[in-house]
Design a protein around this ligand. Structure first.
Ligand code: ACO
Length: 327
């Protein structure tokens, strides 16, 4: 059967890196508080001329280079973002144009921090149906533009960036894999529950305030939900992929907070050495955090062909999901 197989990942960060120490100069916070509660040490912040689509284009081009492909080879672009350049057109079509790609289809998906998992799951369905051959799946964000920089309870947590993955539809079978699990996306599981809107939202939008708005969050409530609930999709994804947590080579969760990541890994007995952690360097980049982390771990040789990888995320809505891929 057709599977959506990973051909390359890439990423892009803004030029400017902002350390916790630098934030101490503008808000009443401390490096110690931020590191202790979140694990974050620095984040990248988009400057003039850097937008969600420009970061997305750079990440997409890097993923194509890694895959040895060109924009002409791509017939599907799915971009996960909650911070689009414009209300419309979609960031995906802007990335398509920026890459010089004039065929196929491009659209955005919006599931906040869970966006990349939703985008992978969406693209996988197009590819295994046979309707499309090669997809660019992108997570790109400039959360710095929706932060209230006076609000220390939120502004220290987030950063900007983009990551991208090329997926290709390929015939895969257990026999061809020598009895191993086939390569590609093996299972995905997505959930949402809109009753939790008030715990994490942006207080503006075109149809309400006609402003962009600022991110608002009940941190403790989000923390509780993230640690308590996200394990349901992980358990279901393991079961539907026919594996257990012990089989995993790498766990690449959404990078929001070190304590949330540690708690999720511990619930399944996943040892720290198998957890890819980038929150210390990037902060929470929402939909970009997983492909950024994948790009780091592929770039430094940790994730190799044949490895079993779980990605997992929770975001505003709430939305949450997980996927298992064999590299
Ligand atoms: N610097 C210094 N002090 C601060 C800061 C700051 N940046 N922010 C808050 N404080 C203070 C508070 O005012 C409070 O002071 P008080 O006791 O005098 O009232 C004190 O620190 C404790 O605040 P809490 O909110 O209780 O701190 P908590 O231990 O819950 O940590 C945090 C806050 C880090 C936000 C935590 O709740 C958390 O990680 N929540 C998850 C949120 C998250 O990850 N969101 C990301 C978006 S959602 C997602 O991606 C899944």
């Amino acid at each position: 059967r057709l599977r959506a197989v990973v051909k390359g990942v890439g990423s892009a960060l803004p030029n400017r890196c902002v350390t916790n120490k630098e934030l101490e100069e503008t808000v009443d916070t401390s490096d110690e508080w931020i590191v202790q509660r979140t694990g974050i040490r620095q984040r990248y912040i988009a400057g003039e001329g850097e937008t969600t689509s420009t970061l997305g284009i750079r990440a997409a081009q890097a993923a194509l280079d890694r895959a040895g492909l060109t924009p002409d080879d791509i017939d599907l672009i799915v971009c996960a973002t909650s911070t689009p350049d414009y209300t419309f057109p979609s960031t995906a079509t802007m990335i398509q144009a920026g890459l010089g790609c004039t065929h196929g289809v491009a659209f955005d998906v919006q599931a906040v921090c869970a966006g990349f998992v939703f985008a992978v799951s969406t693209a996988e369905k197009f590819l295994v149906s046979g309707s499309h051959k090669r997809a660019l799946v992108i997570g790109a964000e400039t959360f710095s533009r929706i932060l209230d920089w006076q609000d220390r309870t939120t502004c220290v947590l987030f950063g900007d960036g983009a990551g991208a993955m090329v997926l290709e539809a390929e015939e895969q079978s257990v026999a061809a894999a020598g009895g191993n699990l086939p390569r590609g996306v093996l299972a995905t599981c997505l959930r949402s529950d809109g009753r939790h809107r008030a715990k994490l939202y942006v207080d503006g939008g075109p149809s309400t305030t006609k402003t962009v708005g600022f991110l608002r969050m009940e941190g403790k409530e989000v923390f509780r939900f993230a640690v308590g609930q996200v394990t349901d999709v992980m358990a279901e994804t393991f079961a539907s992929a026919g594996i257990t947590a012990e089989d995993l080579d790498w766990f690449v969760p959404h990078q929001a907070n070190r304590r949330i990541i540690d708690a999720s890994a511990q619930k399944f007995g996943i040892p720290t050495e198998k957890v890819v952690l980038t929150v210390q360097d990037h902060g929470n980049t929402s939909a970009a955090s997983i492909p950024l982390a994948l790009s780091v771990a592929c770039g430094d040789g940790r994730i190799k062909p044949g490895d079993l990888v779980m990605i997992e995320a929770i975001g505003g809505g709430f939305t949450w999901g997980a996927a298992v891929l064999r590299w």
